[in-house]
Write a protein that binds this ligand. Sequence first.
Ligand code: NAD
Ligand code: TYD
Length: 362
Amino acid sequence: MKATSSNILVTGGAGFIGSNFVLQWLRDAGASVVNLDLLTYAGNAGNLAALEGDSRYRLVRGDICDADLVAGLLRDHRPRAIVHFAAESHVDRSIADPGAFIRTNVQGTFTLLEQAKLFWTALDDADRHAFRFLHVSTDEVYGSLGPGDPAFSESTAYAPNSPYAASKAASDHLVRAYHHTYGLPVITTNCSNNYGPFQFPEKLIPLMILNALEGKPLPVYGNGSNVRDWLHVEDHCAAIRIALARGRVGETYNIGGNSERKNLDVVAAICDLVDELRPDAQLGPRRKLITFVGDRPGHDLRYAINASKIAQELRWKPALQFEDGLRKTVAWYLEHGSWIESVRTGAYRDWIKQNYEERIPR
Ligand code: NAD
Ligand code: TYD
C-alpha cells in the first residue's frame, strides 16, 4: 500500500505546543497536516485561526482512544508520519483527577501505536522505511533532582513522581516496546518546561502574567525554590522537526533550554516585565502580589536537561535566551486579550477556584 509522501498526522494540535508546531510546520515545511484533537478544556481550535482557508490544514475533532477513528484517518490520509502531542498535561489536575491521565496518555497512546502498527505493516518497503511515529514526552518521567545532581540524560533511570509523569512514563515505555517488539519506527523526545504563546493560563507563566496584569495574588507553591529548565515553545517545535527529519529510529532525545530558574525568580521577572509594559501607579510594584501558598503534594524540587545528544547528533540548540523569550511572551499575553477571554470559560474559573481555594496563604 502506498503512503502519501508529505502528509503528517498530528495529535493534540489544538493545544499549546501542538498549535505552535502546526503553525511553524505550515510556515516552514509546507506539507499538509491533519490535526486529530478532542478539543478538551486545553484545546482551542482558535489557536489555529490563522490557517482558516488554508487547504493544507484539516482539523478532525476526535479522541485518540477511538481506534476506528484513528484507523480511518490513517487509511484516508496515508500520512508519512504521526507526531503525537495529545495528552492531559497539567500536574495539579493529575493530582486532583488521575483517571483522565491514564485514559488519554496511556490508553490513547496504546491505541495510536496499535493503529500505526497496522497501517505501517501494510505499507510497501520504501514507505515502511520512511514512516515515523514521533512521541512527544517530558523530562518529568525522570523524577526530581537534588540541587547538585547532574542534569537528566537519555540514560537516567525513569522515576516519575506525579500521576501525570507516571502516565507519560508508561506511554514512553509502550512506544519503546512497539519499536523493540514490532520494529515500528519510533522516536521519543523528552523536553523540559515550555513557555510561549497559546499556553493555557493554568500553568505557571501565563497564570502569573494574567494575575500580575489584573492585580491578583501570585500564588507561589511552597517557598518558590523549586527549579525548572525553561524552553521557548518555538525552540521545542524546531527540535521536534529536526528529530523527525534526522533522528535515529528507536532513539530518545532530551530537549532543554539550559535555563534553570527558581520559580520565585521567574515570578519576580514577570512582575518586573508587567510593571514595565503596563505600569499601574495605583497598584505599585507587582512583586507585592507574590503570595506563598500551600505546596503541591510530592512537588518535584528540580528538573534539568542535558541536551548534548541532540546538540551533537542533530545539531539543534535553542535560539532564544530565556529573558528574551519571557519578554516576548509577556508582550504576547498583554496583546491577546480576546484569546485570553475565549479560553477563560466557566470550567476554567471552576478549576482555579478548586486549585487555589484549598491552598491557604502561608
Ligand atoms: P496541552 O494540554 O496544552 O494540549 C493537549 C492537547 O491534547 C489539547 O489540544 C487537547 O484537546 C488534546 N487532547 C487531550 N486529550 C485528547 C484525546 N483523548 N484525544 C485527542 N486529543 C486530546 O498540552 P501541551 O502543553 O501542548 O503538551 C503537548 C505534549 O507535550 C504533551 O504530550 C505533553 O506531555 C508534552 N510536553 C509538554 C511540556 C510543557 O511544558 N507544556 C513539556 C514537555 C512535554
Ligand atoms: P507548571 O507550570 O504547572 O509546570 P510543571 O508542574 O509541569 O513543572 O508549574 C511550574 C512550576 O511552578 C512548578 O514547580 C509548580 C509551580 N507553580 C506555582 O508555584 N504556582 C502555581 O500557581 C502553579 C500553577 C505552578
